[in-house]
Design a protein around this ligand. Structure first.
Ligand code: FES
Length: 106
């Protein structure tokens, strides 16, 4: 496991908005839902659509290209859109003293 500090502070994330971060070899989309941060791969498993430009409906992140659906909590593909496959989800840790965000990769 590798832990990265990402170049974004929790205070810069807005509730329900998507934000892309490129760190090391990872391209990750983050969002804040009910005050909790979620992070998953941002390149769609279908044809590489940019999920940071997608739509968030509850915990469903919908790809802007062909509307594949992922659960942002787990990065699992929805069985309703079986043209997409599961992506990687990342554990997020926040330093509550200063808002620094850390991502754990496998
Ligand atoms: S590229 Fe995402 S559903 Fe096709």
């Amino acid at each position: 496991m590798t832990r990265f500090k990402i170049p974004l502070n929790k205070g810069e994330l807005q509730e329900g908005k998507l934000k892309r971060i490129d760190v090391s070899d990872y391209s990750i989309v983050l969002t804040l839902i009910n005050g909790k941060i979620y992070a998953m791969d941002t390149v769609c498993s279908h044809e590489g659509g940019p999920l940071e430009e997608g739509t968030l409906e509850g915990y469903n992140l919908i790809c802007p290209w062909h509307q594949g659906i992922f659960d942002i909590r787990s990065a699992k593909a929805s069985p309703k859109t079986d043209w997409v496959t599961d992506l990687n989800s990342y554990k997020v840790t926040v330093d509550e003293n200063n808002g620094d965000i850390y991502i754990d990769t496998q």
